[in-house]
Design a protein around this ligand. Structure first.
Ligand code: FCB
Length: 440
């Protein structure tokens, strides 16, 4: 029988939940990062966010009106382990309640374990730079599997480890805001190792649902076909894509990038221990891809990784990302060089400067973006590329990391003063698309 295509929406814990001090939760690195002046636009924080923690019933009711099959959300680690080694059943109860509520409407739960909110206690002990963090993550993962697996349809160990490592430990734009290349390599390695360890734990526990990981590998285009620009393309692919895909599917790190990184930071790869690469490459059941845009590069000898980002004349969303739905084909084909397991688009969406007019949000640009991307997914599947599901980012407008509340990605508008939810035109467009698809 042909497997059913999964239609969904996605959020993540810190971006929507709020309730940061409730039921025993302790701070995560994002609470700490937000408290540092200048890190987040307008000094915004996730303290209240969409208050999904208290509005989940209303939100799930809206999801049922949307007619989705699945809700992708993440679990806040410091709710589950507010201190090292101390499990907090009160924190887990929230996710049990969410899943029970979803079940009432026949919506499945696609659960991400790590969407960037490391407990601050773990950070205080070295965080992802400390190899022990892999054990702490394993303990957290095991608890989630134990308590939730019966009603979870798919598990995603990590969301976008490139962002959680290079963007957070090298570029420093995300928590914990560090600026070291070797630190980023170490953090990335430990995250990938913790992924492999979680998959092993899940298999050993007899877990029956699909488990995988979500990457933000990106389709890369070079400004020209000159050798230097093509080199920059290869570097960008190495930096953001191959650095994660090679260990997952080929038990190695890309040697060109390893050589470049080593020349830049003098690493001796001491973090890489015997058996690690086998563990990271533990077979998985699917790969998640988050797709928003392409990456357009040229050669920049002044950049430590030789990559420049020239201006393009593509139309852009409100966050400045180029709109290029056809680039999804390159991303999927590049991924297919590595694996034939099912692909899920675990995020796709666009930010626009939405306005409420007479109680409605006419977000025609988002409707267009959505439609073009849905058509592209359809087109790729007609070519047999094996995309098994699509999750729109995001269900709700939410806390967009360093951009705070200034960028709105939701199908549902959130009035942050009153917390009122208003489905946008794109909400209805997505609902109609799903219904039409099911009738085919
Ligand atoms: C992705 C993140 C997600 C959201 C979107 C816009 O990189 O996974 O949390 O912020 O970008």
């Amino acid at each position: 029988m042909k497997k059913k295509f999964v239609w969904g929406v996605a959020t993540s814990a810190y971006q929507v939940e709020g309730a940061v001090r409730e039921d025993g939760r302790t701070p995560s690195i994002w609470d700490t990062f937000c408290a540092q002046p200048g890190k987040i636009d307008h000094g915004d924080t996730g303290e209240i966010a969409c208050d999904h923690y208290h509005h989940y019933k209303e939100d799930i009711r809206l999801m049922s009106e949307l007619g989705i099959d699945s809700y992708r959300f993440s679990i806040s680690w410091p709710r589950i382990f507010p201190e090292k080694g101390r499990y907090n059943p009160d924190g887990m109860r929230f996710y049990q309640n969410v899943i029970a509520e979803l079940k009432k409407y026949g919506i499945t739960a696609a659960v991400t374990l790590y969407h960037w909110d490391l407990p601050q206690w773990a950070e205080d002990l070295g965080g992802w730079l400390n190899r022990e963090c892999v054990d702490w993550f394993e303990e957290f993962a095991r608890k989630c599997f134990e308590k939730l697996d019966a009603d979870v349809s798919m598990w995603i160990t990590h969301n976008e480890p490139w962002c959680a490592s290079f963007l957070s430990y090298y570029i420093g734009a995300h928590a914990p805001g560090k600026h070291g290349l070797e630190q980023a390599m170490i953090a990335a390695h430990h995250m990938m190792l913790s992924h492999g360890r979680a998959v092993r734990v899940y298999r050993a526990m007899g877990g029956k649902h699909p488990i995988g990981i979500t990457l933000n590998s990106t389709p890369v285009y070079a400004a020209t076909d000159t050798f230097p620009d093509q080199l920059a393309r290869s570097m960008q692919e190495g930096y953001q894509n191959r650095w994660f895909l090679d260990p997952l599917f080929r038990k190695s790190y890309p040697t060109d990038m390893a050589a470049l990184f080593a020349a830049q930071c003098g690493t001796r790869f001491a973090f890489l221990q015997p058996g690690d690469l086998e563990c990271i490459a533990e077979p998985i059941d699917f790969i998640g891809l988050n797709f928003y845009s392409h990456c357009y590069v040229n050669y920049d000898p002044a950049s430590p990784i030789l990559i420049g980002h020239p201006e393009t004349d593509y139309p852009k969303t409100d966050i400045g990302w180029d709109i290029h739905p056809e680039a999804l084909e390159r991303l999927v084909r590049d991924t297919r060089e590595y694996t034939s397991i099912p692909i899920y688009i675990t995020e796709n969406g666009s930010a626009w400067d939405d306005r409420v007019e007479n109680g409605c949000v006419h977000d025609q640009e988002r409707v267009d973006y959505l439609r073009r991307h849905l058509e592209e997914v359809d087109h790729l599947n007609q070519m047999g590329l094996g995309i098994q599901g699509y999750f729109s980012w995001s269900f709700l407008d939410n806390f967009e990391w360093a951009n705070g509340y200034s960028k709105r990605f939701g199908l549902v508008y959130v009035d942050y003063k009153t917390l009122k939810r208003i489905p946008k035109d794109s909400f209805y467009a997505y609902r109609d698309w799903i219904q039409a698809f099911r009738k085919r």
